[in-house]
Each structure stands twice: as structure tokens, then as C-alpha cells.
Ligand binder design. Structure first.
Ligand SMILES: [Cu+2]
Length: 318
């Protein structure tokens, strides 16, 4: 096939490029399930992957920010639980900023040397909490105490959601909109974004859109991209070209697929690389047949479609 890709407003349309991503070992203190439905009851778990420079972990403290309600730790054999109320929290430094938000602290402390978590093992410390209604990223500080020393997981990226380059990032929890698109009249499913490599300044976002009534996709935006556009691909004299379009028709009840080689959302002028597994906020703007505008806020995983987690495109039936 003799097909040349040309683009006028980009280095290249990268929707076709196959990208090899090295699998990175996540040894940070993280949440086992880093995204959840805003406003829902969330069962989370702090995952501790190693000790402090070889020393076994004897204590785990999770700081629950304001807006989260009724946080409860799950009991753990050999460990003592403690819940401290908001006014006991002290301000702390995170990435040069002083965080003074009131928080609730959930604390697990090993009862003995025997119940401490060895450096060579991992474990999870489960909790439950009612999440805020507001969608977006939350960063939860985790203080890991060891027989010798401690690790204060409290750094927050200055922009975006990538923790790359941070030594001790706080744990990310992305709060997603409820019933993605159901209330707004467009169902969004099968979302994914092609991960990027260092230096790559643009990538594509893909999904399936099904409108209840005749509508149009009239715009996109994302805080990670300087420019976001809806693109079409078309053949012109044996040359495949891509170009921005002002709107994409969504006929009632018909699934319109945004996919490599076809319509796609182009994210350009990226502020940082979108690593595999990155959570990317994306806003879709629509207009219905009567001219009324509405939007849907999504969080899309930077993963290849085969590896796409079921959570991202998933629909909530009530
Ligand atoms: Cu494009």
C-alpha cells in the first residue's frame, strides 16, 4: 500500500505510529484502584510495594482530604487501627506548597516485629470512603513508617497527572463523572488514548459516540494539550491527509466511531508525555438539533485498545 501521511499543522499525525512503551515498575505507594465514580462509596487500598531502604514497614498513614466523608480503615490482622479527626492534621509541605487542608488520618500500626511488612513483600491496606461529587484528580498523601526511617509520599505534580520525575509522589485518585454521557444525551464508550514517548508532542484519542437524538460534536479540550481538535482522515490523490473539522455529525442512535485511520480527537502541543496508564481528562462539547450546547467530562486512560481497562468506558445503569 502506497500511502503517505501528510499534515500541515503537525509534525506528523501520530495516530498510526506504533509506539513501544517500556514497562515501568511501580514501586511507589499507590492506590490499588486509582479511579472511581465521583460521589460513590469507594473501597480503596493503599498498596505498599517496598520498605524504607530495606527496612520493614511498621506503619501506614493515609491522609483523606476535605470533601471525602466517613472514611473507615479495614481491620488487618496483626495491625492496630486508628482514625484521627480533621483538626489533628498538621499542614505539610508538598512540592514546595504548604497543604493546610483539613484531613482525616487513617493509620495502621504493626503490633509487633512479626507483623511488620518485610521490604521484599507488598501488601494492601484497605479503607472505605464516600467520594466527593466533584470530578477531577485528588492526591492522597501516604506516610509510610519503617523500623528505620520513613517515606512521605506527598509530592504533587505542578501540572497534569504524570508523576514521572517525582521521587515520592502522593497517590492519585481520579474521580470520574457518573453515568458517562447518559444524562447529557450522548453515550461515550471504548475510550482510549495512544500513549506517547518522550519528545512526542501530539497523539490521538479514540472512542465510540452514540447520541440519543441528532447531535454534533463541536469541540474538545484537555488540560494536558495546548490544542485539541476533531480531525478527519481523507485520501487526496493517493495521499492520506488529516484535517480539523468544525463539527462531527452524530445521528440519533447510531454509533460513530473515532478510530485510527478515521475521525479522531487530536491532542497537540502536549505539556508532558502521556505515559502508558496515564489518566487524561478530556472534555467533549456537543450541540443538539435545537442548538443547545452541552459537554461531557471524561477521564481517558492512555492505553492501547486491547489493554484498555473496563473501567474507563464503562456505563452505569441505575
Ligand atoms: Cu490528526
Amino acid at each position: 500500500m502506497k500511502t503517505i501521511f501528510k499534515s500541515t499543522n503537525l509534525l506528523a499525525c501520530l495516530t498510526f505510529a506504533s509506539v513501544i512503551i517500556p514497562s515501568s515498575v511501580m514501586a511507589h505507594a499507590v492506590l490499588a484502584e486509582p479511579s472511581a465514580l465521583a460521589g460513590s462509596y469507594y473501597k480503596g487500598a493503599v498498596r505498599i510495594g517496598h520498605g524504607c531502604d530495606g527496612s520493614p514497614t511498621t506503619g501506614v498513614k493515609l491522609f483523606i482530604p476535605t470533601g471525602f466523608e466517613g472514611a473507615k480503615p479495614q481491620p488487618k490482622t496483626g495491625w492496630t487501627l486508628q482514625v484521627k479527626k480533621a483538626n489533628l492534621a498538621k499542614p505539610y509541605q508538598s512540592h514546595g506548597k504548604t497543604v493546610t487542608e483539613d484531613v482525616i488520618e487513617l493509620e495502621w500500626t504493626a503490633n509487633s516485629k512479626e507483623s511488620a511488612l518485610p521490604d521484599g513483600a507488598f501488601d494492601e491496606f484497605a479503607f472505605m470512603v464516600k467520594l466527593p461529587e466533584k470530578t477531577g484528580a485528588s492526591w492522597l498523601r501516604i506516610l509510610q513508617t519503617c523500623e528505620k526511617g520513613q517515606m512521605d509520599w506527598a509530592e504533587i505534580p505542578t501540572a497534569g497527572l504524570s508523576t514521572k520525575g517525582l521521587k515520592m509522589p502522593a497517590a492519585l485518585l481520579v474521580l470520574k463523572a457518573e453515568g458517562v454521557g447518559n444524562t447529557a444525551g450522548v453515550n461515550v464508550s471504548d475510550t482510549w488514548i495512544r500513549p506517547t514517548v518522550a519528545g512526542q508532542k501530539s497523539t490521538g484519542a479514540f472512542m465510540k459516540l452514540t447520541a440519543k437524538d441528532n447531535s454534533k460534536l463541536i469541540g474538545v479540550s484537555s488540560p494536558v494539550a495546548g490544542v485539541a481538535e476533531v480531525h478527519e482522515m481523507k485520501m487526496e490523490k493517493d495521499v492520506m491527509k488529516m484535517a480539523p473539522i468544525s463539527s462531527l455529525d452524530l445521528p440519533a442512535g447510531k454509533a460513530v466511531e473515532l478510530k485510527p485511520g478515521g475521525f479522531h480527537v487530536m491532542l497537540m502541543d502536549l505539556k508532558s508525555p502521556l505515559e502508558k496508564g496515564a489518566k487524561v481528562p478530556l472534555t467533549l462539547k456537543f450541540q443538539d438539533a435545537k442548538g443547545a450546547k452541552f459537554q461531557i467530562d471524561l477521564v481517558v486512560d492512555a492505553v492501547m485498545p486491547g489493554a484498555a481497562s473496563t473501567e474507563t468506558g464503562h456505563q452505569h445503569h441505575h
